[in-house]
Design a protein around this ligand. Structure first.
Ligand code: M6R
Length: 364
C-alpha cells in the first residue's frame, strides 16, 4: 500500500507532480487565458476576503493572501481558525470567507466557518476530502483532488492547496480586470509548468544531495528558517515540518524580521535555512544571509539553478529548479519537506506517526 516506499510521507512527497496535475487539470485554458473553477459565487462581488485555516493549511492561506492581493488587488486577511472563531470577527455579505482544509473535519476551522456564515459572509472551501463536514456547509467547494493523504505531516495536500490558491487568485484577477492579458498568460504558463518542475525538484541527484545535507545537520538542537514575500510561508512550513517529524525545535521567520529578535540566537550551532530563490528582493535576502554568517551561523541556502554567484554566501547550497516567483513556493517547499524527512529518518523517528499528533484535529 506504500507503493514500495518506506513511509506514506515519502510516497506522498513523490506523488506531488501527479497530485498537482489533478489539482490543475481541466481548470486552466491556455488559448483564452480563462480559469474555470465551477464556482457559482460572483468573483466581482467581494470587497474583502478572509482566509481561515490551521497548521499547514494556514500557511497555504498565507501564500494565498500574497497571490490574491498581488494579482486581484482585493484586501485579504488570514487567520488561524482557533483565533478567528473567538475574536468576534467583522464580517458582512461583501466578505468572502475561504476555509482551507485537507480533511474538511478540523473542528476549529469548521466552527470558524459557522462564525463567518453567522455574519453573512459567503463561503468557499479549498478542501481535499470529498463529502467531508465542511463541504456540507460551504456555499462552494474547490476540491484540490490531491488524493488521500495518510502521513500525519502534510505534504501533497499543501502543494495542491497552494496550487488551488493560485488558480483562485487568477480567477479573481480575471473577473476584476486587474491582470493584463500578457501577465495573465505568463502566469498561466508558469502554473502549467508546475508538475514538471516539482518532478525535477525530486530528481535522484537533488534528493541525495538534500539527504547528505540533512544528515550533516541532524544533531542540531534548533533550526531557523527564513524567507521573504511569497516565500515567507515556505520558511514557516519548512520549520513546522521539521518540528513535527524530527522533534528538533525550529522557527520560521520572515527574513526581514531576523534583526528584531531571532538574530540573538545565532551561533555556530544554529543551522539557518534560507529560501534564496530568484525574486525581486533576493538582494535583501542575501544581505540577511551575510548577517547570519557574520555571527558564525551555518547557512543552508536554497538557490535557483544556475545562481553560482550567491553560492559563496552559504555553507551548503541546495539548488532548486527555477520558476516564476509567484509559483515558486510550490517548487521550493519540496526541498524543505525532504530536508525534514531525511533529518527525521536519520534520527530514527517514525515519520508517519509522529508523537502527540493526530491526522485531523476534531476535538478542541
Ligand atoms: O485537515 P486540515 O488541513 O484542516 O488540518 C490542519 C492541520 O491540522 C494540519 O495541517 C497540521 O498542521 C499538519 N499536521 C501539518 O503537517
Amino acid at each position: 500500500e506504500k507503493g514500495g516506499y518506506d513511509s506514506y510521507m515519502l510516497k506522498e512527497i513523490y506523488e506531488q507532480p501527479q497530485a498537482l496535475t489533478n489539482t490543475l487539470i481541466g481548470r486552466l485554458h491556455d488559448e483564452t487565458g480563462e480559469v474555470n473553477l465551477d464556482i457559482n459565487l460572483d468573483p466581482a462581488s467581494f470587497k474583502r476576503i478572509s482566509i481561515i485555516a490551521c497548521g499547514t493549511a494556514y500557511y497555504a492561506g498565507l501564500v494565498g493572501e500574497y497571490l490574491i492581493e498581488q494579482l486581484a488587488r482585493i484586501p485579504v486577511e488570514v487567520d488561524v481558525a482557533s483565533e478567528y472563531r473567538y475574536r468576534d470577527p467583522i464580517v458582512s455579505p461583501e466578505t468572502l470567507a475561504i476555509v482551507i482544509s485537507q480533511s474538511g473535519e478540523t473542528i476549529d476551522t469548521l466552527e470558524a466557518l459557522r462564525e463567518a456564515k453567522k455574519g453573512g459572509a459567503r463561503t468557499l472551501g479549498v478542501i481535499n476530502a470529498k463529502g467531508s463536514s465542511m463541504t456540507r456547509e460551504l456555499d462552494d467547494t474547490l476540491y484540490i483532488h490531491a488524493g488521500p493523504e495518510i502521513g500525519v505531516a502534510s505534504t501533497k495536500a499543501y502543494t495542491s492547496m497552494v496550487g488551488a490558491m493560485l488558480m483562485l487568485a487568477l480567477w479573481l484577477a480575471r473577473a476584476r480586470g486587474t491582470l493584463s492579458e500578457e501577465a495573465g498568460k505568463e502566469l498561466l504558463h508558469a502554473t502549467r509548468e508546475l508538475p514538471r518542475l516539482v518532478e525535477e525538484a525530486l530528481s535522484e541527484e537533488r534528493v541525495s544531495r538534500i539527504r547528505e545535507v540533512a544528515e550533516r545537520y541532524a544533531h542540531a538542537r534548533d533550526y531557523l528558517f527564513l524567507g521573504r514575500g511569497v516565500n515567507a510561508p515556505t520558511a514557516f512550513e519548512g520549520a513546522l515540518k521539521l518540528k513535527e517529524i524530527s522533534y528538533i525545535h525550529a522557527e520560521g521567520y520572515a527574513a526581514g524580521e531576523m534583526k528584531h529578535g531571532p538574530i540573538a540566537l545565532i551561533d555556530a550551532n544554529l543551522p539557518v535555512v534560507v529560501v534564496g530563490t530568484e525574486s525581486r528582493l533576493l538582494e535583501k535576502t542575501i544581505s540577511n544571509v551575510q548577517e547570519v554568517r557574520a555571527r558564525a551561523g551555518r547557512v543552508i541556502l536554497l538557490l535557483s539553478d544556475g545562481d553560482t554567484e550567491n553560492a559563496q554566501h552559504a555553507d551548503d547550497v541546495l539548488y532548486v529548479p527555477r520558476s516564476h516567483e509567484m509559483v515558486s513556493p510550490i517548487v521550493n517547499v519540496v526541498t524543505l519537506q525532504l530536508l525534514s524527512y531525511f533529518t527525521a529518518t536519520h534520527l530514527g523517528k517514525d515519520v508517519d506517526k509522529p508523537r502527540n499528533l493526530a491526522k485531523s484535529v476534531t476535538v478542541e
